[in-house]
Design a protein around this ligand. Sequence first.
Ligand SMILES: [Zn+2]
Length: 88
Amino acid sequence: MGNGTLGWLRRGSSKDEFDPDDIRSNCPDYFDEEMAPAHEAKFQSHMNDCPGCSTFVNIFRATVVTLRDLPRPSASPATPTAAPAHLS
Ligand SMILES: [Zn+2]
């Protein structure tokens, strides 16, 4: 099991057939490129046949691109190194 940048969205579905809910739960794997080739083929095949899921994936893609373009917050935000003078 990989641990891509979108792992926090993953719900662990491993069924062979997709329904709309599976498309949603599999989106993180799809965009992290961690999906097995055979699995990805079914995912794409379903999108081709299902306008609803195709639309969802397009929206998801746009959201992922937006999130990845955001600057990452500093790992260690500024913290006071000393108590304010009136507390010492
Ligand atoms: Zn669908």
